[in-house]
Design a protein around this ligand. Structure first.
Ligand code: ZN
Length: 313
């Protein structure tokens, strides 16, 4: 799932490629064409034909203004006081290009007009929503598993929406201090650190990959209870959080899974993993001869070094 650095990369791309353009039309293959049988979470989604109809009416003719990241969400502000919210969920990502529809094995599929570019990457072919833009290009939402979210909000009221109102502070905000960080985490002092770092209501933007890397860097076991973590260790976790997220942003995010930037290209952070999915390997920390193990924390996999990340008690 795209985390803070990947979503930041998407926002950079949007501000570079689509800012200032007007939405001419929208296409989707998501609506089922019937209202009955919609799951509750799909009522306010493009999977609901009624919602889609209204959505389309409201976005056509709107100019794309600035995009920004909030937690793992992309907010794209539009003229007319509207804001598009994208959440990538498991496998969603946005792409900029031009496509044509072709028949393959009796199924209509989208193919990039220009072959041999990163847009031809197999992870970029699951287009389910397309925005047609005033310069002849398209902004498309590719999503293998179709869990991604695209909704329209009223500008200025975004943070009252159920999409954003629960979100905790952002670790990459300039004025976010160590005190804010510790205060946010200590709301769950009996919780396991890895699980708390990934709880969007506590702190927003961090998921499975970066929580593993942050804890490896700080020498803290993913199952360590917050109340057993010392002041110095908290400082190390805070520093590692900012450094690792910043480094990944500079590398264009992590493409170990489906993530691609809006030009369809892979990020490079997957080449720098020191612990995530390194099970069985000797720890890369200088002087440490431990082995990387895999465990479960709160239903999610966690990777850690048995030696320099041993539990304190
Ligand atoms: Zn180690």
């Amino acid at each position: 799932m795209p985390e803070l650095p990947e979503v930041t990369t998407i926002v950079f791309g949007l501000n570079k490629k689509v800012k200032g353009l007007t939405i001419k039309d929208v296409w989707t293959d998501l609506p089922t064409g019937r209202q009955t049988g919609l799951r509750k979470q799909d009522i306010r989604s493009l999977k609901n034909p009624e919602y889609y109809k209204q959505f389309k009416k409201e976005v056509i003719g709107k100019k794309i203004l600035k995009s920004e990241r909030v937690g793992k969400n992309v907010l794209t502000h539009l003229s007319g006081n509207k804001t598009l919210l994208f959440h990538m969920k498991m496998t969603g990502h946005l792409l900029y290009g031009k496509w044509k529809q072709e028949k393959e094995n009796n199924k209509l599929i989208w193919k990039p007009i220009k072959e041999g570019t990163p847009l031809s990457d197999p992870y970029n072919k699951f287009l389910h929503i397309i925005f047609y833009l005033s310069n002849g290009y398209e902004l498309a939402f590719s999503d293998v598993r179709k869990f991604g979210k695209v909704v329209l909000l009223d500008k200025g009221k975004e943070f009252e929406s159920k999409d954003l109102k629960h979100l905790g502070p952002d670790p990459m905000k300039e004025n976010f201090s160590f005190t804010d960080f510790k205060k946010a985490l200590m709301k769950k002092k009996d919780g396991a650190i890895k699980q708390i770092l990934m709880t969007q209501e506590i702190i927003s933007g961090i998921g499975n990959i970066y929580s593993d890397e942050i804890l490896w860097q700080s020498g803290i076991n993913p199952k360590e209870r917050l109340k057993n973590i010392s002041e110095q260790d908290f400082k190390n976790i805070f520093k590692a959080t900012r450094n690792i997220l910043d480094r990944s942003i500079k590398m264009g995010g992590d493409s170990m899974s489906d993530f691609r930037n809006i030009e369809g290209e892979r990020g490079k952070y997957q080449n720098c993993h020191l612990v995530y999915r390194q099970t069985g390997k000797v720890c890369k920390k200088k002087g440490c001869k431990g082995v990387i193990l895999r465990t479960k924390v709160g239903g999610r996999s966690a990777h850690f070094c048995e030696t320099h990340q041993a539990l304190k008690k």
